[in-house]
Design a protein around this ligand. Sequence first.
Ligand SMILES: Nc1ncnc2c1ncn2[C@@H]1O[C@H](COP(=O)(O)OP(=O)(O)OP(=O)(O)O)[C@@H](O)[C@H]1O
Ligand SMILES: [Mg+2]
Length: 244
Amino acid sequence: MTELVRLTDVIKVYQGGITGALNGVSLSIEQGEFTAVMGPSGSGKSTLLNLIAGLDRPTSGDVAVGGTDLGALGEAGLARFRRDHVGFVFQFFHLLPNLTALENVLIPAQLKGRESADTRGRKLLETLGIPEVAERYPAKLSGGQQQRVAIARALINNPTLLLADEPTGALDTHSGDQVMDLLAQLHREGQTILLVTHDAKLATRHAARVISVTDGKIVDDARLETTERSASDVVRVRSEETSR
Ligand SMILES: Nc1ncnc2c1ncn2[C@@H]1O[C@H](COP(=O)(O)OP(=O)(O)OP(=O)(O)O)[C@@H](O)[C@H]1O
Ligand SMILES: [Mg+2]
């Protein structure tokens, strides 16, 4: 197993924040893992994802992805890191309304100046089950379709790491299930995924590992059996170290 993400003693205090959003998080994620992050509102889940994505920097501590210390990168280096290694899916899709679905998918590829991106974009939409929406604008799409477009956009550059922050939070149960099935399929194909969700059922049904965050600390880290996941299959690891 190859380690892909390593956080060491990460602390994040936002400007004006009285308490830290993250209060000493150390974490290792292997390549190919499907990890869910759970925890109450305000516990630091999005902060954790943003730091791993290189969208923000820790107050102290280290974040490394694929052996690269993100703290050693300047702003341009960080932007390049995000473009080349990170796909990010948000709760509210964040599609640009004046671009078609396909044009939205191609935004990161254009930044990278890739040829044949168009073909790959269409193929991704097909894989995600929505080839017919390519030329349509986001306002004409359902929430589930918009989220699948956003997932295609996150995948267009073959990211090392797919990060999803409550990707089903704005979707009805059926669309949410479809999105989760897609993530599970991507995981089976080898994609490393880090997913934030409030939904314990979704987390345990699809992810192989569930990390619980409370008050900016990891309070539990559980690996689940790959077959027939249920609460009773949970194998606890590292709880002793992390609940110090
Ligand atoms: N940009 C910011 N500036 C100041 N404080 C922030 C900022 N972003 C988050 N916080 C604070 O940091 C803490 C952790 O926030 P974070 O968004 O990571 O929580 P979360 O677990 O994702 O919550 P939710 O489930 O509601 O999305 C909260 O107290 C929040 O108010
Ligand atoms: Mg959040």
